[in-house]
Design a protein around this ligand. Structure first.
Ligand SMILES: NC(=O)c1ccc[n+]([C@@H]2O[C@H](COP(=O)([O-])OP(=O)(O)OC[C@H]3O[C@@H](n4cnc5c(N)ncnc54)[C@H](OP(=O)(O)O)[C@@H]3O)[C@@H](O)[C@H]2O)c1
Length: 301
């Protein structure tokens, strides 16, 4: 099969397209013929070698953690899915930007999502939902999403609104209309956040989800009044120091099914800033690495 790979840790220019051996599904896995994969921050962090102490890769490696495609092989122990069905989901920390990818968690992709949208849903939705779930019931609560314009943040806004929360989202001003389109009340991040929130939510903020790792976690604890009312998916050290919830994604098919159902009902539609062909994966990584992505960047295979 054709795949993008990097042979050494390095910059986006180290990515090459080449023929590699087809993967075969093991116990509990399915193989999809990939239509599109998404780019997540972990992809370029792994490629650059920034995580090599915690997640050492066997090189060469194919970047990509989540994708959508049509099932073309099914491993032992798998039930509830058939060859030819369109699914989206998560595999290992690498492997998605290829013609074939192994998933260990998946859900049927709703017809309401095109391939680019379904590709953008996997890791972002699972991460957002795990962060939101750590905060308890959202109905009738006011939630602040720090970093609301990114892949995880934009998913969190729509999913929290669907659960009955009033959502305030932070982003740079150029993204405020985007946040409004997701159902959030927008404000800017950075110093003075608490003061800017007062006219937006006079009764205060009940809960906060940090997806930005910008050093603002202490402010979010002060704004909500209690570290257990704050969850972070991005600032692990800060969260541990302050006693907030610290949450990681998991390959969880049940959460993917909830995201798909929200998609079917029109409550969650992954927003795609740009889709790149596989041949331009280096541009896609460079784009994502700038840290200004609105929604998701995806790669069409
Ligand atoms: N724990 C896990 O399992 C897990 C899983 C997925 C992701 N993550 C982490 O979660 C974080 C977000 O991931 P992502 O995929 O959403 O990233 P992303 O899409 O690349 O995030 C880009 C967004 O960050 C916003 N941003 C930049 N600086 C900001 C600041 N100081 N305050 C608030 N927002 C800011 C940008 O908005 P503007 O352009 O408007 O500034 C942009 O929309 C990353 O650190 C990622 O590694 C963790």
């Amino acid at each position: 099969m054709r795949a993008a790979r990097f042979h050494e840790y390095g910059g986006a220019e180290s990515l090459v397209i080449e023929e590699v051996t087809d993967p075969h599904p093991g116990f509990g896995e399915i193989r999809v013929r990939v239509a599109a994969a998404s780019v997540n921050p972990i992809d370029w962090k792994l490629r650059a070698g920034a995580l090599r102490q915690f997640i050492p890769l066997e090189l060469p490696a194919v970047p990509g953690r989540d994708a959508v495609g049509v099932v073309d092989a099914i491993g032992d122990g798998v039930q509830g899915v058939s060859i030819g069905e369109r699914v989206f989901g998560l595999g290992g920390v690498t492997g998605a930007t290829a013609e074939l990818f192994l998933l260990s968690a998946w859900a049927h992709a709703p017809d309401t999502w095109n391939d680019e949208q379904a590709a953008g849903a996997g890791l972002a939705a699972v991460t957002a939902m795990r962060g939101l779930n750590a905060l308890g019931s959202l109905a009738g609560r006011t939630l602040l999403v720090e970093g609301a314009a990114g892949g995880v943040g934009s998913a969190a806004v729509e999913i929290a609104v669907a659960q009955g929360a009033t959502v305030i989202g932070t982003a740079s001003e150029r993204n405020h209309d985007f946040l409004t389109s997701l159902g959030a009340r927008p404000t800017t991040y950075g110093p003075g956040l608490a003061q800017r929130l007062t006219p937006l939510v006079p009764h205060g903020v009940d809960l906060a989800l940090d997806t930005a790792a910008s050093g603002s976690l202490e402010d979010l604890v002060a704004i909500t009044g209690d570290p257990t009312r704050v969850a972070t998916v991005a600032d692990h050290a800060g969260g541990q120091r302050l006693g907030t919830h610290v949450v990681n994604a998991e390959n969880d098919s049940a959460l993917l099914s909830v995201a798909a159902e929200l998609g079917r009902r029109g409550h969650y539609t992954p927003r795609i800033e740009q889709a790149y062909p596989l041949e331009r994966i280096a541009d896609a990584h460079a784009h994502a690495e700038r840290g200004r992505t609105r929604g998701k960047i995806v790669i069409c295979i």
